[in-house]
Design a protein around this ligand. Sequence first.
Ligand code: UD1
Length: 393
Amino acid sequence: MIIKSWPAELGPVICIVGARPNFMKMAPILRAFAAHVPAIPTLLVHTGQHYDKDMNDRLFEDLRLPHPDINLEVGSGSHAVQTAEVMRRFEPVIDTYRPSCVLVVGDVNSTLACTLVAVKKGIPVVHVEAGLRSYDRAMPEEINRVLTDQIADLLYTTERSAENNLIREGIAPERIRFVGNVMIDSLLSLLHNREFARAPTDTVAANGRDPELLTSDAGYGVVTLHRPSNVDDPETLTSLLGVLRELAQQLPLVFALHPRTRANIERFGLGPLIDNPQLILLPPQGYLEMLGLMAGARIVLTDSGGLQEETTALGIPCLTMRDNTERPITVEQGTNTMVGRNTSAIRQQADEILAGRGKQGRLPELWDGHAAERIAADLAAWLLDRHFVNAKA
Ligand code: UD1
């Protein structure tokens, strides 16, 4: 169907962001919706789950995300409180704006909360990055993924394994569309645009550390750690910080500390473990800084979902300090290796990488920088079809 402008009676697509990993996924989607013919009208709602300048404002700037139209300002809280507050505050937004659908990304508490509200009000939900499964129900994100996918109407997937997961859970194949990875859209568009690149030495210097730490022949590594399963238990955190301290004897490690991790290190009195000249502790970094740091690193150690994918796209060997991954393609085709919390496995795999035997990997299917355009085309067709069918009825 070819039309020049979006039907006035068909409301906007309400796009939800809440926490840091949502921002890099939403940026290319909003751009693709604006560029689509006809332009797909959107309303950007930020739940306020992440609110710090470091966790929020800098990423909005780096990704050139527009200011949210609405900020629900829920802030931090237990899972129940955070989820409930998002639901309570999001409901009137739907009543006011009568959207054509609600689009959610990823697996954070805001994703599930907004999905529940919309579905119960009869508004279709579109989930981008659907079908990923760690099969570990102790992860809050896994609960968010399973429940969101069960009740959302359209499920856009990043890798083929996701479709199998969804079908196993009884989801009809016609609800599932394999489109590729919008987070990689963000990465590729910024990487190709050199004017945005941030040199790792500048990032370290901007935080008051000696940039020459990164320029020796040893190179450097990058670390992030924030999963509750790794940082909320003092014994686990002690053992992981211990292995990082050992590895730092071989090469400097740039460690961008999530607020949860920083708070727990203080609470458990583990400060002395990270007091080491070769451990370069930074606050949470902007998107361009993180990309620059990762692109120049010899090794990345993480428990983040996003970094597993970004290192695969960059071709940088990654050790994931978790027992499972919901992103198996990064292990099968990319540069990712799962090492759990087993300190000898971490040391052994790090030695392999530093000896030049890390995985080279390749870009997975449809991680080509055009996933958001595919979503825009497919979603516009779906919404317009429904609209005109309903109008006829
Ligand atoms: C959330 C997501 C997780 C994602 C991560 C990225 C859920 C269940 N988890 O976890 O999937 O990988 O974001 O960061 O949604 N805090 C601040 N400033 C902020 C935000 C949080 O200081 O801007 C602190 C607060 O003390 C808060 C803690 O970090 O209690 C945890 O924040 P929360 O949003 O609950 O979950 P994350 O661990 O960030």
